[in-house]
Write a protein that binds this ligand. Structure first.
Ligand code: URA
Length: 317
């Protein structure tokens, strides 16, 4: 028989005895916990992300499910990036790059394998997050993000909706179908794109469609920063005014903000309408506006843009 509990056996097997003991130092041999938490712990240690292990009796969930009752260990990963609040300056004009509300300092880019580990550890940590009790209590699952760890472009929405809560991936509903078409027009394949949101649980399940609250966005911000750190996109596309408000303190409607570059920890951010806006207003002229913003992104990435692409959504002569 093993000298350890089954959960600890798993950690030892995954990490090797010495590293497992280092990781769990001071927590004895009685590690018993939910598989999800355990895997998060192992992935975090494997990715060499700092791990804090809570003691017996700590809970992984406000909404404790039957399968989580046994959880006695909490793995949490400290933020790698520092977020420094800065004062907003005067409103940026269209050529300038606006400063974020919080100055985001990203850690140095790690090799791909390590970033994959970071992303996986983060996904598992997010899967059991209960920082927002209301959201955690109503979600069927956390909608972490989807796409390639080597993505060139990260598309950022505000929050998953009902369809995303059901499917577990961002942009699974009608706006997502439109976003797929946009990606096709941009000639970006699945290996070049990553998608996520300001928050990772759907607020729409509580009382119909609702915007994420500032505290919910704040609670989820470290996940966003660390996801961006792991993916290291060359550009971010901020979809909709809610994203601009949360990240850069902008209060104007998107019509006045679109087409501008912002900065998130050194990564250029293009502001444009949310695809839901186009679902609701499917006119050629509105599509063209979004397309012009995205042409700027393609140019910034140095991707070839054909004459045909340049002419998309222009009125027929
Ligand atoms: N709207 C968003 O902002 N994000 C999604 O994932 C889906 C719809």
């Amino acid at each position: 028989m093993s000298e350890f509990s089954p959960a600890l056996d798993y950690v030892v097997e995954a990490l090797g005895r010495v590293r497992a003991m280092e990781a769990l130092e001071g927590h004895g041999r009685e590690l018993r916990c939910d598989r999800v938490v355990l895997e998060a712990l192992v992935a975090a240690v494997a990715a060499r992300v700092p791990v804090a292990v809570g003691g017996r009796g700590e809970n992984v969930g406000g909404r404790v499910e039957e399968s989580r009752r046994e959880a006695v260990v909490v793995a949490s990963i400290e933020p790698v990036a520092s977020v420094v609040p800065v004062k907003r300056g005067p409103h940026a004009h269209s050529e300038a790059v606006a400063a974020p509300v919080s100055r985001v300092v990203l850690s140095q880019a790690a090799p791909k394998q390590e970033r994959l580990g970071q992303l996986e550890a983060l996904r598992m940590e997010a899967a059991v997050c209960v920082r927002c009790a209301e959201l955690a209590g109503s979600r069927s699952q956390v909608v972490f993000g989807a796409g390639a760890v080597d993505a060139e472009v990260l598309f950022l929405g505000h929050a998953p909706g009902e369809a995303e809560d059901r499917e577990g991936v961002p942009f699974a509903g009608e706006p997502g179908a439109l976003l797929e078409k946009i990606l096709k027009a941009m000639e970006l394949g699945p290996e070049q794109v990553y998608m996520t949101n300001l928050v990772r649980c759907s607020p729409d399940l509580i009382a119909g469609v609702r915007a994420p609250k500032p505290l919910e966005i704040e609670n989820c911000h470290a996940f966003l920063v660390r996801q961006v750190e792991a993916v290291r996109p060359r550009a971010i596309v901020a979809l909709g005014a809610q994203v601009l408000r949360a990240l850069f303190g902008e209060t104007q409607p998107m019509a006045q903000l679109r087409g501008r570059w912002y900065d998130f920890g050194g990564i250029p951010v293009m502001a444009t309408f949310h695809p839901k806006y186009l679902v609701d207003r499917p006119s050629l002229s509105e599509k063209r506006k979004v397309w012009e913003d995205l042409l700027l992104v393609l140019e910034r990435l140095g991707r070839p843009v054909s004459e045909k692409q340049r002419g998309f959504f222009l009125p027929k002569r």
